[in-house]
Design a protein around this ligand. Structure first.
Ligand SMILES: *Cc1c(COP(=O)(O)O)cnc(C)c1O
Length: 343
């Protein structure tokens, strides 16, 4: 599965990796850094040991199965570069889904085959996904809960897909903390071809730090570690993430978002402009407006200083806006700007 140039790659190594000193090293004259301590004058740990130890404790996954990237987007791009030969291999994804799969595919000159979800239920089209694959399909992307439809897929269905697909199944769980269906991490050890992506950008409230996680068989995560830039996670981010994983009011915030998600769902569904609010397992709602009403509603929100995502040009999303659940006050403003009865 691995591209030959990657299989035989000798990765960049640092002097600190190469030396196996018995005495503790405390004078660092190997990397041409500044010797004047200002908190950031030293290169950060390229293996992110302390960070991975913290993630390992939190998730119950061995450190050797964890990759930490500069956002999930780095993990997505690395998977293309490790598995897909430009100009000849292909990948398959559900549609509509997260835009970065298509962007990464285009950058890496890899064909993306998009398979539409069931138009009414957004259910997973397992048979059509399998039919879209061939012997050159290296990656299959399934986002669950899916962006922008909001629904999660059942663990059993995703496991069946992992069993049937000969390539790497990438399950993007960016919104898993908001979903009652839970994560695939408990079954990761059963599927050597499964990569689970999570991120600290959503429920954990650390989008500004850029920290994405991939969980995979140790051989897969080792290839990701070899191909990444050596210092992909900067020092302050490593420290901040460790501190915040231990201390953030993560659960309280998730509970409030879930309560607000229900309230917004009811209020928007009662609006005469709205045809349907799709059920959501994430921290956003996909809202279908009456024909030709989505773009005027979008413009009214902009005029009120509120930006949402107009998804009306995506497949299966005609007349749809994607609205992130905000704080109770922000949600009140949204409902007022749409003339929807706040409840
Ligand atoms: C927001 C989002 C991400 C997060 O990407 P980061 O690069 O980690 O911020 C990943 N996948 C999906 C589907 C998302 O919606």
């Amino acid at each position: 599965m691995i591209r030959p140039n990657i299989r035989f790659l000798s990765p960049y190594s640092t002097a600190r990796d190469d030396c196996q000193a018995a005495t503790p090293i405390n004078v660092y004259l190997d990397a041409n850094e500044s010797p004047y301590d200002n908190g950031v004058n030293r290169y950060p740990d390229p293996h992110q040991h302390a960070l991975k130890a913290a993630v390992s404790r939190l998730k119950g996954i061995p450190e050797e199965c964890i990759f930490a990237g500069n956002g999930s987007d780095e993990a997505i791009d690395l998977l293309f570069r490790i598995y897909c030969r430009p100009g000849s291999d292909n990948v398959v994804s559900i549609a509509p889904s997260y835009g970065m799969y298509a962007v990464s595919a285009a950058i890496n000159d890899v064909e993306l085959r998009e398979v539409c979800l069931d138009p009414d239920t957004f259910a997973l089209p397992t048979e059509r996904l399998m039919e879209a694959t061939d012997e050159r399909t290296k990656l299959l992307f399934v986002c669950s809960p899916n962006n922008p439809t909001g629904n999660a897929f059942a663990t059993e269905q995703l496991e069946q897909l992992a069993n049937r697909f000969a390539g790497i199944l990438v399950v993007d769980e960016a919104y898993v903390d908001f979903s009652p269906h839970g994560s695939l991490l408990p079954v990761l050890h059963r599927h050597p071809n499964l990569v689970v992506l999570q991120t600290l950008s959503k429920a954990w409230g650390m989008a500004g730090l850029r920290l994405g996680l991939a969980f995979a068989h140790p051989e897969v995560s080792a290839y990701m570690a070899r191909v990444k830039y050596p210092y992909n996670i900067n020092g302050p981010t490593q420290q901040e993430v460790i501190r915040r994983l231990a201390s953030e009011p993560h659960a309280t915030h998730v509970a409030e978002v879930l309560a607000e998600r229900s309230r917004l769902t009811r209020a928007l569904a009662a609006s005469p402009l709205v045809v349907k609010v799709y059920p959501s397992d994430a921290n956003f709602l996909l809202v279908k407006f009456r024909p030709a009403e989505a773009t005027p509603a979008y413009d009214r929100l902009i005029a009120a200083g509120i930006i949402v995502r107009n998804r009306s040009r995506l497949p299966l999303c005609a007349d749809c806006l994607r609205i992130t659940v905000g704080t109770p006050r922000e949600n009140d403003k949204l409902l007022a700007a749409l003339d929807a009865p706040a409840s």
